[in-house]
Design a protein around this ligand. Structure first.
Ligand code: NAP
Length: 261
């Protein structure tokens, strides 16, 4: 019985590790965006499928017993493809998505915007902004070549950065003390990020809030409506229960699944 996990997140990695430790055959699929990804235990495939048709064909080829969409909350395209491919092939599908930061005690004080362009407008008065909105959003900030932007990325940017910008290359998790040092050292006057959620990258928001630094946060894009699990433990339980019953169909809504939207 093979479980296909659409990955690229810490939760997908943890889920694969837990299932493999239980002796389940798992294939984790990564998009191949990151140069040297941390590979999860179990089988791994890397690269796009070629849209819905390719993913559907892959599920059939693998005789996938179930599909877990554990991709990043900002990766909306692959989630839509997963839903269509699962429907077409009759593969049980669940989404594992960590909750966003909307429930953070300071969230009401932050400016919530729909995209990177709106984030730039909202923080346009900043002179020393800290940009953690991801490599794909950088082009939106071209007009900020006149200020001292601090950018943090996992991989190098695809275009050279403006001369005044400083690049930090690193991968979380980040601590409160470490983030405090960065915000102080660079005299940051605005933090721009996206609602990735989870604990690994939340420290910068805590520090910025404690320092009274304005936070601009890009809200999550719409996802297709899928049965939604919020923790790795719930996803492990879903996979184990389906495996034991030999079928996921009737248990999907018996578990405490929300419907994502
Ligand atoms: P996206 O816009 O939703 O997907 C674009 C295309 O990339 C998909 O149509 C698919 O290509 C391919 N793809 C995406 N995830 C894949 C996966 N797990 N396995 C195989 N192919 C995949 O995704 P994105 O925003 O570019 O993100 C790409 C990956 O990076 C995701 O897996 C996500 O979990 C991870 N990630 C994204 C972010 C973010 O902020 N967007 C942050 C951290 C990690 P085909 O149509 O050819 O199948």
């Amino acid at each position: 019985m093979t479980i296909v996990i659409l990955g690229g997140t810490a939760e997908a990695h943890q889920l694969a590790a837990a299932l493999v430790a239980d002796g389940v055959d798992v294939v984790s699929s990564l998009a191949g965006r990151v140069r040297s990804p941390r590979l999860p235990p179990g089988r791994v495939r890397i690269g796009g499928f070629g849209g819905v048709d390719g993913l559907a064909e892959y599920l059939l080829q693998q005789r996938a017993a179930a599909l877990v969409d554990a991709t990043h909350p900002f990766a909306a395209m692959i989630s839509g493809n997963a839903l269509q491919a699962a429907n077409r092939t009759g593969t049980p599908l669940v989404r594992l998505e960590r909750p966003g930061w909307g429930a953070h005690p300071r969230a009401k004080a932050w400016s919530w915007v729909p995209d990177a362009a709106a984030a730039r407008v909202a923080a346009d008065s900043a002179r020393r902004p800290f940009l953690t909105t991801g490599r794909q959003s950088l082009a939106e900030f071209d007009s900020w070549a006149d200020r001292d932007v601090l950018v943090r990325l996992v991989d190098p940017p695809s275009q050279p950065l403006p001369q005044r910008w400083t690049l930090i290359r690193s991968r979380g998790p980040y601590s409160y003390a470490g983030e405090r040092q960065i915000l102080r050292e660079h005299a940051i006057d605005a933090l721009l990020t996206k609602d990735s959620g989870g604990a690994h990258t939340v420290a910068k928001l805590d520090v910025a809030s404690d320092f009274g630094i304005p936070v601009v946060i890009i809200a999550r894009p719409e996802h297709p409506r899928l049965p939604l699990l919020k923790t790795v433990a719930e996803a492990v339980a879903w996979c184990r229960a389906g495996e034991n019953l030999g079928s996921w169909d009737h248990q999907l809504y018996e578990m405490d699944c929300e419907t994502g939207g």
